[in-house]
Design a protein around this ligand. Structure first.
Ligand code: URA
Length: 436
């Protein structure tokens, strides 16, 4: 193919035909287009954009660049959730077993964290023996038998996205809405879903800083998902402050299991139940969100999703005895220190970005893709917005590998919190629902 003329067309703002898009994705995946030319096209797309038809063609061509999961016929709908990521966002972990117990099949293909946002696979890697990389046949078999799997993309799934994402990362072309839409949806559509709920976050620690940008991304993904035959909805949620009271890989697994035991924080529980409720309505298993919420709550209360969690992790190789022993520990990090409040009042700010940066610097996140992380470090018992604290009362606990790192974290974390005399106005967690 004449790839140079295709780059020039997009540079001049022309519209690419679906066949041209399919061909360049095929050729790039096969190694027939050099990275420098692909990077030039990505930059042209970054500036000129893609219209809906082009974005659809790109998404489908990327989906079809590798294996698409094929499940046997079954009356249980196939569903999943995707979050654009944030601090303490562990919703996927309790949600997958809850959905399985609500009569869904959940092929939850997840990713690793980069920068400050955590990745579901890194969290699961903190479970002794747990395997996140499974062959396609095992993914399908586990979904059919257990009802849910949370694992990584195989090498054969959506290889075009892997190659293109690496180039976007190195060429300053990540923040392009059509490229983000195609990247996220190509992977989700490769799961062959009936319904998908997207949690698009905005705020200091989110990919999209403003609500307006988050809405733009959500609308584009919802429109395209629905057009491609997957019932797709999005919720816009606040990520100026962390979700739950714990952030850091193992600490988040622990809080997720506490959520399944109905001992977790309210905001996490709310988002898990809301996500399940939307999927129940999207698949017509419930007539209204209120009825769906009740169904999800009753299911959680039954204890079945907690048992399903054990079944899921054992199916993926976890050593349940070692997991239970770790779960019973107060802390698994070498050093645990408390950040104390310097005055009495109400928590009026708890900046998720600063907390995320502290965890990354403690070794809980990675700056480059191949960096080894420390699963046990993080922050927990975080005081939530609006809560009252007394002078010398605890704002959070820091789990660190040594005292030097713990001390550095304390200095930084002091700037994450603000304490005011007046209780701040309550901020809703879900601010908008986008269904078309
Ligand atoms: N997550 C993805 O998978 N792709 C993007 O482009 C951005 C976030």
């Amino acid at each position: 193919m004449n790839f140079l003329s295709l780059i020039e067309s997009k540079r001049e703002g022309k519209i690419l035909a679906p066949e041209q898009i399919q061909e360049f994705i095929r050729e790039f995946t096969a190694g027939k287009i050099p990275d420098y030319q692909m990077a030039a096209l990505l930059m042209a797309i970054y500036f000129r954009g893609l219209n809906t038809a082009e974005t659809t063609a790109l998404t489908l061509a990327m989906r079809d660049s590798g294996d698409v999961l094929k499940f046997p016929k079954d009356k249980r709908p196939l569903v999943d959730k995707h979050s654009t990521g944030g601090i303490g966002d562990k919703v996927s972990l309790p949600l997958a077993p809850l959905l399985a117990c609500l009569g869904f099949r959940v092929p939850m293909i997840s990713g690793r964290g980069l920068g400050i946002t955590g990745g579901t696979l890194d969290k699961l890697d903190s479970i002794p023996g747990f395997k996140t990389l499974l062959p396609t046949a095992q993914i399908i078999a586990q979904v059919q038998k257990v009802g849910c799997v949370i694992c990584g993309q195989t090498d054969k799934m959506v290889p075009a996205d892997k190659k293109i994402y690496a180039l976007r990362d190195a060429s300053g072309t990540v923040p392009s809405i059509p490229l983000i839409v195609a990247s996220i949806l190509s992977k989700k559509l490769a799961e062959n879903l009936n319904a998908l709920i997207l949690d698009v976050k905005f705020g200091s620690a989110a990919f999209m800083q403003t609500k307006a940008d988050a809405r733009k991304l959500a609308k584009a993904m919802v429109a395209l998902g629905n057009q491609c035959g997957t019932n797709t909805r999005a919720i816009l949620t606040d990520m100026n402050t962390p979700l739950g009271r714990a952030a850091g890989n193992w600490l988040e697994v622990k809080e997720s299991v506490e959520c399944l035991e109905k001992k977790g924080p309210n905001d996490l529980l709310e988002l898990v139940l809301d996500s399940a409720a939307h999927l129940l309505v999207q698949t017509k298993k419930s007539k209204s969100i209120a009825a769906a919420r009740k169904l999800a709550e009753d299911c959680l209360r039954s204890g079945e999703p907690r048992a399903k969690w054990d079944e899921m992790i054992v199916a993926q190789g976890a050593d349940l005895k070692a997991f239970n022993k770790k779960f019973a520990q107060n802390s698994t990090a070498k050093v645990v220190v408390e950040l104390k409040s310097e005055k009495s009042g109400c928590v009026s700010k708890c900046d998720a970005r600063i907390i995320g940066e502290v965890i990354r610097d403690l070794g809980g996140g990675r700056l480059t893709k191949d960096l080894q992380i420390n699963y046990d470090v993080g922050v927990d018992q975080i005081a939530k917005l609006g809560e009252r604290v007394e002078k010398s009362g605890m704002l959070c606990r820091i789990h660190a590998a040594d005292f030097v790192q713990a001390k550095a974290a304390i200095i930084r974390l002091k700037t994450a919190f603000e304490i005011s005399a007046k209780r701040p106005a309550k901020i809703p967690l879900v601010v908008e629902i986008i269904s078309h």
